[in-house]
Design a protein around this ligand. Structure first.
Ligand SMILES: *Cc1c(COP(=O)(O)O)cnc(C)c1O
Length: 401
């Protein structure tokens, strides 16, 4: 069963199945459509709106920035880049950042870093280990790294140089790379987002770190969705107490203003030199202000703690509500990144939730995903649960189509 969707406008390319509403404005974790109907936001613009909507400190800061300078360009120093890079290296334990505007760009930069890391040590045809069900973006290189044939179909030939392995299986990783001198990096999401909220096990991340050290590979962790405080730590891999060599970020970093970053540790921070990489919009003063203010407000308002507490409350409530229900296969995730896996495709839940005043998404066909703003309160979490639980129970009681 797939979701019913509106045809796109005749002049917008038809690349998305869209719900038949348009959002006009929001306040906190609530948004309104152009007909004045209110919704509770369990999706946060797909893990983007960290501070919700119309945040009383973010908006004036952005207005101030708009009136000073929006874009300068990377011919000149950008003080906001210096500030945000310093902050991101403090939070991550890494050393240097490059700024871009989206998640796929951050991942492209990571892939280029890994390849040049190989070339610099004489590997002519570098290969990167990637994962089943991974999602890294929709450029030709990042869709080649993505582990979803539906996203790749029609866009071949794919970029070569990727080796695919299953999650959480260190023996499979060792076997797939056995005797291969061309491997330069292992690249994964700490918690897979689009692939269905699949976490990498803490022990597995530690084992991969050790293997990368032994074999001189870069450990590259895509934190585009699970990073920026969503799981209750700044970055989801920090639950394993490890340091990656390369960490792409985007989505929640600017609370809605387009921004991406690739943060690197000592082994990867000096691979690029002048002329090796660049982007026109990357690191512009508006995006940097958004990133710096987002982090400042997150710290001031203790949003990591909030994500952990409210996320744990949602997970416990869902586990309690769904206990013993045969159609619910799993409730998983960490902090405010939660997946409810059903035993059947459930795209229609998206439409029904929207009709009932709740925004969420369904990913990997059968996983209901909640990635709300990190300012979500317990009372708002309870509103989400009160709408979602009966919808799921009704859906599971229906005969299969
Ligand atoms: C969304 C996402 C991307 C792609 O980000 P875009 O900004 O859409 O290019 C890459 N990796 C992960 C893990 C994501 O969730």
């Amino acid at each position: 069963m797939s979701a019913t969707v509106e045809p796109s406008s005749p002049h917008v390319m038809n690349t998305y199945g869209r719900l038949p509403i348009a959002l006009s404005h929001g306040q906190g974790c609530r948004v309104w459509d152009t007909n004045g109907r209110a919704y509770i936001d369990g999706l946060g613009g797909i893990a983007v709106n960290t501070l919700g909507h119309n945040h009383p400190e973010l908006v004036p800061a952005l207005q101030d920035q708009l009136s000073k300078i929006i874009h300068s360009c990377n011919y000149y120093h950008v003080p906001g880049q210096e500030a945000l890079a310093t902050k991101l290296t403090e939070l991550s334990g890494l050393t240097n950042a490059f700024f871009c505007s989206t998640g796929l760009e951050a991942n492209e930069a990571a892939i280029k870093l890994a390849r040049k890391f190989g070339h610099d040590k004489g590997i002519e045809r570098p290969e990167i280990v990637v994962y089943e069900h991974a999602f890294h973006g929709r450029s030709i290189a990042t869709l080649s790294a993505t582990g979803n044939p539906k996203i790749q179909k029609g866009f071949g030939p794919l970029v070569e140089g990727f080796i695919r392995v299953p999650l959480n299986d260190i023996e499979a990783l060792k076997q797939a790379t056995e005797g291969n001198p061309n491997v330069v990096a292992v690249f994964f999401e700490a918690i897979q987002g689009e692939g269905g909220i699949h976490p990498m096990a803490i022990d597995y991340m530690k084992q991969v770190r050790a293997l990368c050290d032994q074999r001189d590979w870069l450990m590259m962790i895509d934190e585009v969705q699970c990073g920026m405080g969503r799981t209750g730590k700044w970055f989801a891999h920090q639950w394993a107490g490890i340091l990656p060599d390369v960490m792409p970020l985007a989505k929640g970093l600017g609370s809605g203003v387009p921004i991406g970053a690739v943060v690197a540790g000592p082994r990867a921070a000096h691979i690029f030199g002048p002329g090796n990489h660049g982007t026109t919009f990357g690191g512009n003063p508006l995006a940097m202000r958004a990133g710096n203010e987002t982090i400042r407000i997150m710290e001031e308002q203790k949003l990591l703690e909030n994500a952990a507490t409210v996320g744990a409350h949602i997970k416990a409530s869902l586990l309690n509500e769904f206990e013993g229900m045969s159609g619910v296969k799993d409730v998983r995730g960490q902090g405010l990144m939660i997946g409810i896996e059903l035993d059947r495709p459930c795209g229609v839940i998206l439409n029904r939730a929207c009709d009932a005043g709740l925004l969420l998404s369904v990913t990997a066909d059968s996983v209901i995903r909640l990635v709300p703003p990190l300012i979500l309160t317990i009372a708002e979490a309870d509103e989400i649960i009160a709408i979602l639980v009966p919808l799921v129970k009704t859906f599971l009681a229906e005969p299969a189509p």
